[in-house]
Design a binder for this molecule. Structure first.
Ligand code: F0G
Length: 401
């Protein structure tokens, strides 16, 4: 059994009320479980396939889930990049290998299942792209309509293509992501539409399974978990999930939660470095990593707790550092990710150079979305294909053979 609980005033609410923030104090909500009622042990899970639903006893869904087989993503040892920066135990969890190419699918399998459980007839979100692609696909799978609001001109092509093809109503808003999120929140509250941004505590429940899978794959708790941060939902979700495992006695330590933002939109990094209790929104966020081009992270309160309570840290990286790591992951390791995802590994490279990280740490970077999400940014960094005549000599000459 679970309920909704305010993370600030601790007021609790019935699990079937449609709430996104605490009516009493306005702060964020989280899903609270009665952990004494969890009557399985960690090893009971090992015989189940690696997936979001392996961990169903710690998820709020009671109806048959709306699923496209999410989770169970690969964990790669970054041998060469690790060696080049002096970290022999560096790993990447490739969330781009989910059904729609990002970690959002973990949130949406749970979030859209909850929409059905709560008898909601329509779903909506604002998005820098991936959330909209995922919501559109899961709404299609559930057979319910979806509305998505995108900041005009700032969403990578692959993501728009997905949202359109999966049949969502796609609206391009003349404003940035932060404004679209305000608009969709107003729409959902006034019109009884189910909001599936990360302010929805049920969606984050699905995303917490990233941390569970990492430990199940690695066999131990990593010293550090590194995530790119935009709206700050994912880092908060993973921390919450692992805290539950610790409270169950399934693990006895938590990784240092480490958040990486792009230099042009780094309000969480600033709050951590300046020891602020609240983030100061960035009015004009800008970065090539459009997925994390967010100035007012809605889950900031949760993320600051996650980073501070685990002795983690936050760092920002430039667009050049992000793109350079995107190329290294692709060319040195064979791992194709979108720019925002490369930010986590770029951040680690920078933290090592600053001497902020021990070389014997076991570090897992979550790479959040697939390379094909943003083909334009990829093409703009690469030389175009060489055009040749359709003859063998032309081919040999081009290859200098
Ligand atoms: N990486 C990718 C590829 C993302 O799409 C996002 C967020 C993040 C990282 C950051 O995660 O917001 O939980 O801190 N994308 C959202 C979207 C905002 O609309 O697709 P976060």
């Amino acid at each position: 059994m679970h309920c909704l609980a305010c993370i600030h005033c601790r007021q609790t609410y019935s699990p079937d009320t449609i709430l996104y923030t605490c009516p009493a104090c306005g702060h964020l909500l989280a899903v609270d479980y009665d952990l004494d009622a969890v009557h399985i042990s960690r090893s009971d899970l090992f015989s189940r396939p690696l997936s979001v639903w392996r961990y169903r006893e710690l998820l709020p869904v009671t109806v048959p889930p709306v699923t496209l087989s999410e989770g169970g993503t690969p964990l790669y040892h970054l041998k060469r990049i690790g060696e080049s920066i002096g970290l022999p135990h560096l790993y990447a969890k490739h969330e781009g290998m989910n059904p729609t190419g990002s970690f959002k699918d973990r949130g949406m399998t749970v979030g859209v299942s909850m929409a059905i459980q709560l008898d909601m007839k329509m779903v909506a979100c604002a998005s820098t792209g991936n959330t909209s692609a995922s919501l559109a696909a899961y709404a299609a799978a559930a057979g319910i309509p979806a509305v998505v609001l995108l900041p005009a001109g700032k969403v990578a092509l692959g993501k728009v293509a997905q949202a359109l093809m999966h049949g969502a109503r796609v609206l391009s808003v003349a404003g940035n992501f932060d404004r679209t999120l305000e608009m969709v929140q107003e729409l959902c509250i006034s019109h009884g539409i189910y909001l599936l941004n990360s302010v929805n505590p049920y969606r984050l429940e699905g995303q917490k399974t990233i941390g569970y899978e990492v430990i199940d794959q690695l066999g131990v708790v990593p010293d550090r978990l590194v995530l790119p941060v935009g709206n700050a939902g994912n880092i908060s979700a993973v921390f919450k999930g692992l805290s539950e495992w610790r409270d169950l006695g399934w693990i006895d330590s938590l990784p240092m939660m480490t958040g990486i933002q792009a230099e042009g939109s780094a309000p969480i990094v600033r709050a951590i470095h300046e020891n602020l209790t609240e983030v100061i929104p960035e009015a004009h966020p800008e970065t090539v990593a459009t997925a994390i081009r967010i100035g007012a992270p809605v889950n900031a309160e949760k993320a600051l707790i996650a980073i501070r309570k685990t002795g983690g840290c936050a760092a920002s990286v430039s667009d050049d550092q992000i793109l350079s790591m995107q190329r290294d992951l692709a060319r040195v390791e064979g791992i194709g990710v979108e720019p925002a995802s490369a930010a986590s590994v770029a951040g680690i490279r920078q933290l090592v150079e600053m001497g902020a990280i021990d070389s014997d740490e076991r570090i897992v970077c979550v790479v959040t979305g697939h390379l094909l999400k943003d083909p334009q940014t990829v093409i703009s960094q690469c030389n175009p294909p060489e055009e040749i005549d359709a003859t063998l000599p032309a081919l040999l000459s081009a290859l200098r053979l």
